[in-house]
Design a protein around this ligand. Structure first.
Ligand SMILES: Cc1ncc(COP(=O)(O)O)c(C=O)c1O
Length: 396
């Protein structure tokens, strides 16, 4: 579509010159300005040395959080960075102690495995971990999930957008039920922020966690956490450290915890990663999530129509209100087909159970979607996927 106004951003992403980049659900493309930001990081390190901490580095986890805040309709000072989404969950989970009567953690089995592993390990701390199966078609079973949240529940954990199917989960309903039962809702928005508009206040959730690696095009080492302001002062994470202290450079023996979102911090952050994330955050805020969402719905709708024409099954919802930014395609021999696509510089991934995931973002052209589907047609008809069956890499 030549009159797509978002394509004005395309020249800022170098990788789009050589590849058909349809994998922003995994690693968003990096904008060229990130190179300048990383060079700036080096210059400051080289010229200011240790003084950089008092000249902005120490607060960078919070000032960069202020660039994320508008993307989730949070206020300034309410978002802080974390090294990864799993650690952000670990910090929040370390708040809870199993107590008689309230020792349940409720999570759905379609949650990202890293979080399932972390929550599963909480059983060693005395929690009862309740894992809710999905429906037979793999979709999120909201009724069953809500029914599992009761007065025995400490926290309910769910993804805003499911990583396999890209189904949008009704996290507002989960938040309501959790609050009604005196439990916390902890929502993983990693597959949501940057792809769909998010309003944490309107959703009524307690804790929202996300990251910049994927749809926010900010690279690794850049997760973040937001806590509802009315909940924040209740939180005293056991996974803590000197950055959570009011006077970290007084080196006192005991923790005097900060009041704001800084109370969720712990040790020295990865400053280079934070520099890398900033240009894309500014660009995406400038574009606006409504425009990104409108384009995403058009492109994912087009992919679904192409899949339907070929009879490929998909777990991705047809209903635009329930569909995130990815379309998963149950293409036959999906794993070797996805590798054959990669060999043709068409980047996507494959997940067992759902198939090939294609994730157009604001910088993709419509013809790239047709090209990807056309390439799948050809790989299937020529059976060239057979050349890609054996592979030793753990990353598919
Ligand atoms: C929904 C979701 N949650 C969590 C993770 C894991 O995040 P991290 O590696 O930052 O801990 C992923 C990774 O893809 C994810 O998609």
């Amino acid at each position: 579509m030549t009159d797509d106004p978002l394509l004005i951003h395309r020249p800022h992403f170098a990788i789009l010159e050589q590849t058909n980049y349809l994998i922003s659900n995994s690693l968003g493309a990096v904008p060229r300005e990130a190179a300048l930001a990383l060079a700036e990081f080096y210059e400051i390190w080289a010229s200011r040395g240790v003084r950089a901490w008092e000249e902005g580095w120490w607060e960078l986890v919070e000032t960069t959080g202020d660039l994320v805040a508008p993307l989730i309709a949070a206020g300034p000072g309410q978002v802080v960075f974390q090294p990864c989404v799993t650690i952000a969950h670990a910090v929040v989970l370390s708040v809870f102690e199993p107590s008689a009567g309230r020792s349940r953690l409720v999570i759905d089995e379609g949650h990202f495995p890293s979080i399932l592993y972390l929550v599963g390990e909480q059983a060693r701390r005395g929690f009862e971990v309740v894992v809710i199966p999905g429906r037979s078609d793999g979709s999120f079973d909201l009724d069953r999930f809500l029914a599992a949240i009761d007065g025995r529940t400490a926290a309910a954990l769910a993804c805003h957008v499911q990583f396999r199917s890209s189904e949008i989960v009704d996290v507002a309903a989960i938040a309501r039920q959790a609050r009604a039962c005196g439990a916390y809702s902890i929502i993983d928005g990693y597959q949501a922020v940057g792809s769909i508009p998010v309003d944490v206040g309107r959703l009524g959730i307690d804790v929202y966690i996300g990251g910049c690696l994927k749809w926010l095009c900010g690279g690794p080492g850049n997760a973040f956490v937001w806590v509802a302001p009315e909940r924040l002062m209740e939180l005293r994470p056991a996974l803590t450290g000197w950055m959570a202290h009011r006077r970290p450079f007084a080196f006192e023996r005991t923790l005097d915890r900060r009041d704001g979102a800084g109370r969720l911090l712990h040790g020295t952050p990865n400053i280079a990663a934070l520099y890398a994330a900033r240009p894309a955050l500014e660009r995406i805020a400038g574009i606006g999530l409504d425009a990104i969402r409108a384009k995403s719905l058009r492109q994912t709708g087009h992919l679904l129509a192409l899949a339907d024409a070929r009879g490929w099954p998909t777990p991705t919802p047809r209903d635009p209100d329930r569909r995130g930014g990815t379309v998963a395609l149950g293409v036959p021999n999906g794993l070797p087909v996805s590798r054959a696509l990669k060999a043709r510089d068409i980047l996507c991934d494959y997940r067992p159970g759902v198939g090939i995931r294609l994730s157009p973002h604001f910088y993709n052209r419509d013809d790239e979607l047709d090209a990807a589907i056309g390439a799948i047609d050809e790989i299937l008809s020529t059976q060239s996927w057979r050349d890609h069956i054996a592979r030793d890499s753990p990353v598919t």
